[in-house]
Design a protein around this ligand. Structure first.
Ligand SMILES: Cc1cc2nc3c(=O)[nH]c(=O)nc-3n(C[C@H](O)[C@H](O)[C@H](O)COP(=O)(O)OP(=O)(O)OC[C@H]3O[C@@H](n4cnc5c(N)ncnc54)[C@H](O)[C@@H]3O)c2cc1C
Length: 387
């Protein structure tokens, strides 16, 4: 049976960042990466709509959620995740950072190249189990063993990337618990009674989410796309990370974010005085179909109510499209079960990195930042050279 100093389970963002950093810090370490899929970094190559939103200019604490959030904020401030890639980066107006060539696959290519020949890569090698003495078993090949294991096998978002939640089962088999898991950065299902006619229409909005008791849970701004099941778009993804674990949530869409309710009311009164049909009072100011949908909902009431609906258009949330469509998993192995070196408090020599831990980030590069920074951190701790 092959014996390694370190076996990394999962050749995704965190696993590759860990392997590359280990190789840089201590090339003498004998490192293996076992990857369930046929390629390393397959999900990484699909991120950011294929453009790879690798990090964000603002990596402050408020963008991270879960029991490791305070730790994550400290960690991402310590590690320069862009140093993993030897290329130029550019940021958009929202602060989202991409490789300047806007090709996510170049991120995977770069990490794979930096692994070199020293790191032994096992492809199509899904780890089925890890014994307490760190024997890693596979379905159809000889097992390997290692002095230390890094569990970087991801969460349960989009199982076509082999991230089917099996990492949580492995963690549990080694003594860990897993907090409840929810899909995050995901499209939301809503009541569609008033939005059926809006399928495919995109609008720039302010979005707020309220609890059933009327408490403000989260807010975001950006694109909302109406669909046959509810809503999608950047603003929806943003807000989904804050409400993934809540029920009874009501979304409030504020159309025309640059105008006050009073200005909208005045515009409606003016159109009415010019003899426009009731259903057309918002046309021109809003996408015609959105305008008509709001007028239908206003049911003949006056300008004040129309303006209120434009600025406070509510949609009860009845769920999400689930893990098959989510970009990330909310929940995982809790902070209380790992040390500052991300080593398991349950199984000595086991380290955890990336999405398997109870940490999820906002839309905007935060999840990759965490995956890379946590992988780099584990490598530094294993190599005994804490940054
Ligand atoms: C479509 C999509 C777009 C995204 N876009 C962005 C973005 O632009 N910016 C951003 O910050 N985040 C984005 N994310 C989220 C981000 O990709 C993940 O949070 C991040 O990849 C998690 O890194 P990880 O290494 O923990 O897990 P992963 O990158 O998911 O890697 C886990 C790896 O483990 C392997 N594996 C699983 N089980 C086993 C096993 N038993 N044995 C061996 N290998 C195993 C899997 O095949 C996989 O390669 C996106 C996610 C998706 C799905």
């Amino acid at each position: 049976m092959h014996k390694f100093d370190v076996a990394i389970v999962g050749g995704g963002a965190a696993g590759l960042a860990c392997a590359v950093t280990l190789r840089q810090l201590n090339p003498r370490l004998c490192v293996a990466v076992t990857e369930a899929g046929a390629r390393l970094g397959k999900k990484l190559a699909a991120t950011g709509n294929g453009q790879g939103n690798v990090t964000n200019r603002d990596v402050s604490a408020s963008h991270f959620h879960g029991s490791l959030a305070p730790f994550a904020a400290r960690l991402v401030a310590r590690y320069d995740v862009l140093s993993l890639f030897d290329c130029l980066f550019s940021a958009d107006r929202a602060g989202k950072v991409y490789p300047a060539g806007k090709q996510a696959s170049s991120l995977s290519d770069c990490l794979i190249k930096k692994l070199g020949a020293d790191v032994q890569v096992f492809l199509n090698a899904k780890v089925k189990g890890i014994s307490p003495s760190f024997r890693l078993s596979f379905a159809d090949r000889e097992g390997i063993c290692a002095d230390r294991v890094v569990l970087a096998a991801g969460g349960c978002a989009q199982k076509q990337f082999n991230t089917d939640g099996n990492a949580f089962g492995i963690a549990k088999s080694l003594g860990h618990t897993v907090t409840p898991l929810y899909p995050s950065l995901v499209q939301l299902r809503t009541d569609t009674s008033y939005t059926k006619t809006l399928k495919g229409i995109r609008a720039e909005c302010d979005l707020r989410a309220y609890s059933s008791e009327g408490k403000l849970l989260a807010s975001s701004s950006g694109d909302v796309i109406f669909t046959d099941y509810g809503v999608s778009g950047n603003a929806v993804f943003d807000i989904s990370s804050r409400i993934a674990d809540k029920t009874g949530v009501v979304l409030e869409i504020s159309f025309l974010p640059w105008f006050s309710q009073e200005e909208v009311e005045e515009a409606v009164i003016k159109r009415r005085s010019l003899g426009y049909e009731y259903s057309e009072l918002l046309c021109g100011s809003l996408h015609n179909q959105i305008g008509r949908a709001i007028m239908k909902r206003a049911q003949g009431r006056g300008a004040a109510e129309v303006a209120r609906l434009v600025k406070h258009f509510t949609l009860p949330v009845c769920g999400s499209l689930g893990f098959d469509y989510a970009q990330v998993t909310k929940g995982g192995v809790p902070a209380s079960e790992v040390g500052d070196d991300l080593q398991s408090r349950r199984t000595s020599g086991l380290y955890l990195a990336g999405e398997v831990l109870d940490l999820d980030g906002d839309c905007g590069g935060y999840n990759l930042t965490w995956a890379f920074a946590s992988g780099m951190h584990v490598a530094h701790c294993i190599a005994g050279e804490r940054a």
